[in-house]
Design a protein around this ligand. Structure first.
Ligand SMILES: [Mn+2]
Length: 308
């Protein structure tokens, strides 16, 4: 078997980057396949903080290469593939998102309804009976904390809980303190432009003929971005036009109180959002208590509505 590149989604989050790093180790140590981790975009402040703290180098940026084979981690939608990558190059997927793919050749797929790809990788190590090092355990713990908000988010499962506990038997971290540091880094606006707020955690989806962008800004302090609402809305309008999106939804997600504020700047989004969330728009925003998860609470009802 030749060398594979292990890569997560565009606009990578912590789970995506850590899954590429540990996924490459999994390929080498367990599948006995030469592998290297790469990234599909710039690191966010949270991921930078974690890699710095643990003294781990960032994967390098994926560059267009039409012959190399890849392992996708933390995504499986072609709209979220690294730039310059074609789905025909994919030979394995390790993920925890909905699956909607048709492949032309057989590929290996492991997906589970679990809170993080990091927890799924911990599980794969366990299934193979292979020990995880302390550093690897710390990385996976960071991935679980980030994707499940330290197990408090709606996507966290019993399995994430179990994996976090097992990993910390090796890593011996003070989990709640580590989580606090991670959340502070997530919410930091240091060096963050309006463009990064809008693009940093945006995922594209295809629903029928519609091209849909769903962007989140997760924070412990929603008031930190509200003074920039007018500029954010301007940037959203430009992004929607530039990327020829039919719909663009932007949510400021409060990871502590677990609610979100959906910014509404066009009639298309307003009409759909009012039907889906059954809430009225006020001052170009919609307050949504309990709605915080793109994959569990936002994409499914939007998909149903836009498929009508
Ligand atoms: Mn993930």
């Amino acid at each position: 078997m030749g060398k594979v590149i292990v890569v997560g989604h565009k606009n990578p989050d912590t789970d995506s980057i850590i899954s590429s790093i540990i996924g490459a180790k999994y390929c080498k140590n367990i599948l006995k396949q030469d592998a290297v981790a790469m990234r599909a975009g710039n690191l966010n402040n949270e991921t930078k903080f974690i890699l710095d703290k643990l003294g781990v180098k960032s994967p390098t940026m994926f560059k267009r290469n039409s012959t190399v084979k890849v392992v996708l981690v933390d995504h499986n939608e072609s709209s979220q593939l690294a730039e310059g990558l074609d789905f025909s190059q994919v030979e394995r997927i390790i993920d925890h998102h909905k699956v909607q793919i048709i492949t032309e050749t057989p590929i290996a797929i492991r997906t589970e309804p679990i809170g993080s790809t990091s927890a799924l990788l911990a599980k794969l190590y366990r299934e193979a009976g292979k020990k995880i090092s302390s550093l690897e355990a710390k990385l996976l713990i960071a991935g679980i904390i980030s994707d499940t908000w330290n197990l408090t988010g709606p996507t966290a499962t019993e399995e994430d809980r179990k994996m976090l506990r097992e990993l910390n038997g090796i890593a011996k971290l003070k989990i709640n303190e580590f989580a606090k540091e991670i959340f502070a880094a997530k919410s930091s606006l240091k060096g963050i432009s309006i463009k990064t707020i809008v693009d940093g955690d945006c995922k594209d989806f295809k629903v029928g003929k519609n091209k849909l962008g769903v962007a989140l800004w997760e924070t412990t302090d929603p008031n930190s971005v509200s003074p920039q609402k007018a500029e954010i809305i301007q940037a959203l309008k430009e992004k929607k036009a530039r990327e020829k999106l039919d719909y663009l939804f932007f949510f400021v997600v409060d990871v502590i109180k677990q609610n979100s504020l959906l910014y509404i700047f066009d009639d298309e989004e307003k009409n759909v959002a009012e039907k889906v969330f059954k809430t009225k728009v006020k001052d170009k925003e919609m307050f949504l208590p309990g709605i915080v998860s793109r994959k569990k609470q936002i994409i499914p009802p939007l998909t149903i509505e836009l498929s009508k």
